[in-house]
Structure formats: C-alpha cells, structure tokens
Design a protein. Sequence first.
Length: 172
Amino acid sequence: MSKLEIGAIAAAIALALSAGALAAQGMSETQYKAGKDRIEARYKSAKAACDSLSANAKDVCMAEAKGAQKVARAELDASNKPATKKSATSTAKKESVGEYVDDSVITTKVKAAVLQDASLDSAEINVETSKGRVQLSGFVSSRADINTAVKIAKGVKGVKSVKNDMILKGTK
C-alpha cells in the first residue's frame, strides 16, 4: 500500500466519522444515543481497516481514526447543547469544534506529507496542531531531516507557523 493511499485512507476516516455528527442538530435523547452509536460503529470499522497496515502506517491510521472519533463526538455534543450566550472571555480561551476539525485536518495533511518523503523516518516525527500552529517533535538523524520536515510542514495549506522541537539523535 503506497503512502498516498495511506494518506487518503486517513482523510476518508476523518470525514466519515465527522459526517454523522454534523448532521445531528437539536436532537432527542434517542437521536443523540443513536448518533453516539453510529460514531462508535464507524470508529470500529476505521480501526479494523488499519489492521492490514503495519509499522508507522498503522500507527498513523489508528491515530487518525481515534482523532476522527473525538472530532465526531465533539460535534455531536456541540450540536446537542442548546445555544447560550457566552462572554468574550470564555470563548477566547476555548477552541471551537470548527477550529479543532481544521487543526485535525492540518495535522493529517502534515503527517501524510512527512510520510510521503522517503528521506525522513516519519515514525520518529510527531505532529501536533493548535489554531493552525504546527509543532514538530521527536528524534531525527540529521539537521537536514529537521530542515526537510519543517519545510514540508510549512508547505501544507492552512499552516500558520511551525515550531521545531525535534532533537538530533545522540545529542542532549
């Protein structure tokens, strides 16, 4: 299975899990429970699809399935709560569901791009995103690997900035 196919699978998992929660708006308790059950069923299916993969590809697939499950749950919960007026201070500190979804998409795209670069050991590079800011961490073999990973991350659409916390192997 090619790296491109793995990236496509991860994106499909994220979209499939989040789609069910987006449709749920102003629901009864029965509808809410049904939505949760659908999310769990899709998560199990996505997780099973990862079983045919190995090593880092499997880890990425599993992480994407879990992330998509969390996004779908957050969307379901958000759509089930009545709209309330919040103060500017309370909303400024919390990330909205949309921002969380955007960050998950950016993380997925960066991971897929890093995975596609044959010169990088993508199993050693961790990616986290918050409000469009990507943080790269982990242990890499050379300064060139750090530069390549940062360049790849900066090239992904939606990335506002990249923080490099990667460490060269064998250094403190």
